[in-house]
Design a binder for this molecule. Structure first.
Ligand code: 13P
Length: 331
């Protein structure tokens, strides 16, 4: 384990002004995204779409990294393997290594993420393919009496084991416990669930001796559920989010990046700007958005070659806006 390398990679992932593009949709998820434009997903079509994103001129000014899916890390652009293509642009290639969620036995409505079996060998292969960082997503659901402590702890345990395996291979782990924003819960309930989740996560990371300077936290904002009749504004979201982190996230953590989780591109941009305006954060607070960076470009592309330039323009504009949001300073 090379702690100096891990620390420097992690720092580069959250370097000022830049953030991470999550383009690691599984085969099932990319089909869900393509459904919106009536397109059938297959490896060639997925590559055509992702190539449109990755070859956008100028994105390297705003993107420190891209998270890839297993299919994509083996594909090429102009006869260069994608990790090499991105590296040449100065963008760090990363890889999603979890195998998705299944029901948590005995805890109805809750999920556990799979993928630890054989992970060490897979990480070795990904390192050879050029991956500098990895991602593992755990899902925490809010509901009646949910999340349970059992679900939070079971996922935290697995995230810590994953993080350790990554660091052994000099791959920076992004640990992502996502408290979903799909319900009708208030912001306060999300805050409590997020606080419990992060508290348990950092306890397990400590128990497992994970090096926090070589780790990135990816998490949800503290936000109202999408179906909640009272929607908190961006200033409240920002204040409560930073307050939660200050209570539970150790200062040594190399950086924090947000998922967009179903927020619109504008909401995810504005909330990130407000979060960066809150004083007192010792961490870089950056982005690792999937939908909020891609949605507009996907619609503009609509699966047609003749739309590539237009879609790239739309993509670059959004990436620029999010980078600007991430660069806001406390007043
Ligand atoms: P969204 O920004 O679309 O939530 O995706 C981010 C991600 O990587 C989820 O694991």
């Amino acid at each position: 384990m090379n702690n100096i390398l891990l620390k420097s990679t992690a720092k580069n992932m959250v370097v000022k002004g830049k953030g991470i593009l999550a383009a690691d949709e599984s085969s099932k998820t990319i089909q869900k995204r393509f459904d919106k434009i009536g397109l059938k997903s297959d490896p060639d079509t997925n590559l055509t779409y992702r190539k449109m994103l990755f070859t956008t001129p100028g994105i390297e000014k705003y993107l420190s990294g891209v998270i890839l899916f297993d299919e994509t890390i083996r594909q090429s652009i102009d006869a260069v393997l994608i990790p090499g293509y991105l590296s040449r642009k100065g963008i760090l290639p990363g890889i999603k290594v979890d195998k998705g969620t299944v029901d948590l036995p005995n805890f109805p409505g809750e999920k556990i993420t799979e993928g630890l079996d054989g992970l060490k060998e897979r990480l070795k292969e990904y390192a050879k393919l050029g991956a500098k960082f990895a991602k593992w997503r755990a899902v925490i659901t809010i509901g009646k009496n949910l999340p349970t402590d059992n679900c939070i702890e079971a996922n935290a345990e697995v995230l810590a084991k994953y993080a350790l395996l990554c660091q052994e291979q000099d791959i920076v782990p992004i640990v992502e416990p996502e408290v979903l924003m799909d319900g009708d819960n208030t912001l306060e309930i999300c805050k409590d669930a997020t606080n419990r989740t992060l508290h348990s996560l950092f306890a397990k990371l400590k128990d497992n001796n994970v090096n926090l300077e070589g780790l990135i936290l990816k998490t949800n904002m503290v936000i109202s559920g999408k179906k909640c009749p009272i929607q908190a504004g961006s200033q409240e979201i920002a204040k409560e989010t930073v307050e939660t982190f200050l209570k539970v996230v150790p200062r040594e953590v190399a950086g924090i990046v947000f998922l967009s989780g179903g927020q619109t591109p504008d909401q995810a941009t504005e909330n990130l700007a407000q979060i960066n305006r809150v004083a007192g954060s010792p961490w870089q607070l950056s982005y690792s958005y999937g939908r909020a960076l891609q949605d507009e470009a996907l619609s503009a592309w609509a699966g047609k070659n003749e739309n590539v330039e237009k879609a790239q323009k739309v993509f670059l504009e959004r990436v620029k806006k999010v980078s600007k949001a991430r660069s806001q300073q406390p007043s």
